[in-house]
Design a protein around this ligand. Structure first.
Ligand code: FAD
Length: 495
């Protein structure tokens, strides 16, 4: 450990994001790099704890203590960064995380929420170090294709090309199997490509990694929906094993009067079309839902809601409001929980910052439940009618939302975006494969072996776990790959 007293002398610091008004006129990432000397200084704050909770992943104490799901060896690479040993740092980082360029940008960093320094001071800027290590590695040309030395003759089909599918494919390819990834969209990446918008993750960053994976020998087949364009029987007949990594794509709907009106869209339609049109033609094709000069109401918080706010503002919307119902108080962080960042209640993210810069205040209105949506004579949405709620305990101990009389509010709306989360994977494919579902309609498979009830068919990522995070998808893809490898070879040397 290079600087044992760094944590006593150096305060947490991060580079300022680009100013909201500057970044609203483009679709580039909002974050800035920190100069090398600054990063080294920040890395010196790591205390190299005897028990590094930051890298611990899920633990019996979760969610209070839940560090990095992929078990990044954070104190070790913090020290390498402090000492300027960047090449060794990236080698170590790649041992546990196939795609640090994604998590270094958009992970909510449970590692920082678990940083022991965070009990008495601000946590170490771990996420930014991860970002700095991998970007330095790409700049230096250290990240190159490393095809396996020999092939096993076994074949694996991965359905879905999000972070879970890509991580599984990368690991299985490393083990020497021939991997084909099927993706129904026209570009590879799942929500990395068509969910998370450019200002959080520029798409050339995704493509840069996909190109390396292709060079390593993974075959990518786009515009191909398994179960429709290629039958599940063909898949099972032509491959020795199958990994389901299709994500949790069924959106939660709003059962409110007026739902059928024109101008009400699921968030993913709005975000996905926006990115595709941007990539295809810089929006010249007009094949997206344009919020310019419109009043936008986003129903739902979380990453998806925030991304809708940021996207609407970049279109030049007239106004944007985000309605968010916070969880019942008992599900929020307890007052005596010393861990500073878990869970992130009422987090101000980039979209809210931008709304403040444009509109003068936070776009969010809390605890407002949608009662009905009003339309005009042409069947277009006109306004969202809401009422305030509070959580109350029923006689049998359940917390339920109860309307508060006199708190009714009406929001003018030309576009309503539904960002209320996802219910699970689409059932058709699982049925066609004969895969059992769990109580939440996800593919049924245990976390530690990822095997479904169908021999040779495995499931990973949001399709198994329900809507989650990129880092969990990478973790599941990696672990599922090890199980597939064992199934095919009788044992596995994959981590
Ligand atoms: P996905 O990324 O959903 O990929 C599944 C892929 O499977 C899709 O491309 C789909 O087209 C394809 N597919 C489905 N069915 C078939 C079929 N039958 N045949 C072929 N292909 C098929 N997480 C974070 O950590 N940080 C964030 O900032 C963040 N922001 C988010 C913003 C939004 C708008 C959303 C929706 C999610 C966000 N998440 C974020 C969550 C994260 O993106 C997901 O948890 C993660 O992408 C799940 O990975 P996955 O590989 O399991 O599935």
């Amino acid at each position: 450990m290079g600087n044992p007293t760094g944590f006593l002398k150096v305060e947490r610091a991060l580079p300022e994001d680009r100013h909201p008004k500057e970044r609203l006129i483009d679709w580039l990432e909002v974050h800035e790099h920190m100069p090398e000397e600054g990063i080294k200084e920040q890395a010196s704050r790591c205390m190299d704890c005897g028990v590094p909770f930051c890298q611990s992943g899920e633990s019996q104490y979760a969610p209070v203590v839940a560090g990095c799901p992929v078990n990044n060896v954070i104190p070790e690479w913090n020290d390498l960064v402090y000492n300027g040993r960047w090449k060794e740092a990236v080698q170590l980082l790649h041992k546990t995380n196939n795609f640090p360029e994604f998590t270094g940008r958009v992970c909510p960093a449970p590692c920082e929420g678990s940083c022991v320094l965070g009990i008495n001071a601000d946590p170490v800027t771990i996420k930014h170090h991860e970002y700095a290590i991998i970007e330095r590695a790409f700049e230096e040309g250290w990240v190159v294709a490393e095809p396996p030395a020999r092939r096993t003759g076994k074949t694996v089909a991965v359905i879905g090309s999000g972070p879970a599918g890509l991580a599984a494919a990368a690991q299985l390819n490393k083990a020497g199997h021939m991997v084909t990834v099927y993706e129904r969209a026209d570009r590879i990446g799942g929500l990395l490509m068509y969910g998370i918008p450019n200002m959080k993750l520029q798409k050339e960053i995704v493509q840069r990694r996909v190109d390396i994976l292709a060079e390593e020998g993974i075959v990518f087949v786009t515009n191909t929906e398994v179960g429709k364009d290629i039958s599940t029987d063909d898949l099972k007949a032509n491959f020795d094993s199958v990994v389901i990594a299709t994500g949790a794509t069924v959106p939660r709907d709003l059962p409110a009067e007026g739902r059928q009106l024109n101008g009400i869209h699921f968030a993913m339609e709005f975000l996905g079309k926006n990115t595709k049109s941007l990539l295809d033609s810089n929006h010249a094709d007009g094949e997206y839902i344009d919020a310019k000069d419109k009043n936008v109401v986003v129903i739902g918080g979380g990453d998806t809601g925030t991304d809708c706010v940021g996207t609407s503002l970049r279109h030049g919307c007239k106004s944007v409001i985000q309605l968010e119902i916070m969880p019942e108080p008992e599900a929020q962080r307890a007052d005596n929980n010393p861990w500073p960042q878990w869970p992130k209640v009422k987090l101000v993210d980039y979209g809210q910052q931008e709304a403040v810069a444009v509109q003068g205040d936070d776009p969010r209105d809390y605890q407002m439940m949608t009662k009905h949506i009003e339309g005009d004579d042409s069947g277009n949405v006109k306004a969202v009618h809401t009422v305030g709620i509070e959580w109350q305990k029923t006689d049998d101990g359940r917390m339920v939302p109860v309307e508060i009389a006199g708190t009714e509010k009406v929001y003018p709306a030309d576009i309503v975006l539904l960002a209320m989360g996802f219910m699970g994977p689409e059932g058709g494919l699982l049925d066609a494969l004969g895969v059992e579902k769990d109580a939440r309609s996800n593919a049924k498979a245990e976390y530690d072996n990822f095997a479904t009830n169908v021999p040779g068919v495995f499931a990973a990522g949001d399709a198994r776990r329900g809507q989650s995070l990129i880092v969990w998808a990478i973790d599941e893809g990696r672990r599922a790959a090890r199980e597939v490898d064992s199934f095919l070879m009788g044992k596995s040397y994959l981590p």
